[in-house]
Design a protein around this ligand. Structure first.
Ligand code: UDP
Length: 322
């Protein structure tokens, strides 16, 4: 049965706001909870007048009562640059925040969908990454606040499902990109596009031979909604992403070509614990979910994203001094 009143924590963020759009388009009511730390009102402004949409400004580390029958939890900064700024807060958002939302799901008898991440696999020894692989994560490195935070959030979901009867589903999101990413985001695609468009150097960390597999936002949203709509017995975790893998240096070259930029590509020191390879095995998602898989290719997706950043940069409101 279709759930009707959906709480989207982190709903003003990049992925969260696109999920809010899709839920509103499909006739649901949405309560968007966001502390606007990385999300923005701009991402949801077009929804504010909709009677089926409500915005609540707040942080998930405080408990709150919200009437809903489904909860999607996207609340957490996702860019390494951002989540490393305040690692204790990142851990609190993932532990305390997820716990409060799971308590709310228990009280409301709501379905709970956790936005987990490919980062639970750390710097993986298994390639491509399959869900049963348990990962290779440094507990005391610069990424540990996010990686271990997301891992404990999965453990919380599992514990609430086993002991408190909460219906949970866990989706492991791989690198996603598209319109509404911030020019200050810090992740590789926004960083490269903004620098290419402004004539600055694209800075590749390390050799650039490390790989990622980039999924366009509309394909990701379709996968998340398919997870939400999967039969009750399907708890996951399930990988959602695009298995088309590429090196970071070839991404830089592609973005320079697509923007027609004269920006140089420069190399700097490798980051500590930067995963060498990442690629989702999406076999489980394809076989168990009503999801078509990725439909938008990299060139098409990058062109749409370049358009978004060109518009943002040419509008008067942007400020690179942030
Ligand atoms: N990266 C880079 N230059 C940048 C930003 C990122 O070379 O300006 C690299 C980064 O070191 C990593 C990859 O691009 O190998 C993806 O980084 P991102 O921050 O997008 O996310 P991650 O997948 O590491 O969480």
């Amino acid at each position: 049965m279709t759930k009707q009143r959906i709480l989207v924590a982190g709903g003003a963020g990049f992925i969260g706001s696109h999920v809010c759009d899709a839920l509103i388009s499909s006739g649901r009511s949405v309560i968007c909870l966001d502390d606007l730390s990385t999300g923005t009102i701009e991402n949801i402004r077009h929804l504010l007048a909709n009677p089926r949409f409500e915005f609540v400004e707040g942080d998930v580390t405080s408990p709150r009562r919200i009437d809903c029958d489904t909860i999607l939890n996207f609340a957490c900064a996702a860019s390494p640059v951002t989540y490393q700024k305040d690692p204790i807060h990142t851990l609190r958002v993932n532990f305390e925040g997820t716990r409060h939302l799971l308590d709310l799901a228990k009280t409301n008898k709501a379905l709970f969908i956790q936005a987990s991440t490919s980062e639970v696999y750390g710097d993986p020894e298994v390639h491509p990454q399959v869900e049963p692989y348990r990962g290779s994560v440094n507990t005391t490195g610069p990424r540990s606040c996010y990686d271990e935070g997301k891992r404990v959030a999965e453990a919380l979901c599992h514990a609430y499902a086993e002991t408190a009867g909460v219906e949970v589903k866990i989706v492991r999101i791989f690198n996603t990109y598209g319109p509404r990413m911030s020019i200050h985001d810090g992740r590789v695609i926004p960083e490269f596009i903004v620098n290419a468009l402004t004539g600055n150097a694209l800075r590749v960390n390390g050799t650039g031979e490390q790989t990622r597999s980039f999924c366009y936002i509309s394909d990701m949203v379709a996968g998340i909604l398919a997870t939400m709509e999967a039969p009750t017995a399907f708890r996951g975790p399930v990988n959602i992403g695009n298995p088309s893998e590429m090196s970071i240096v070839s991404l830089a070259t592609a973005i320079v070509a697509l923007t027609g930029s004269r920006s140089p590509i420069e190399f700097s020191k490798a980051l500590t614990d930067d995963p060498a390879r990442r690629c989702p095995d999406i076999g489980l998602a394809i076989s168990r979910l009503n999801w078509a898989g990725p439909l938008v290719g990299l060139k098409d997706g990058l062109q749409r994203t370049i358009e978004h950043f060109s518009m943002t940069l040419s509008s008067s409101s942007w400020d690179m001094s942030f």
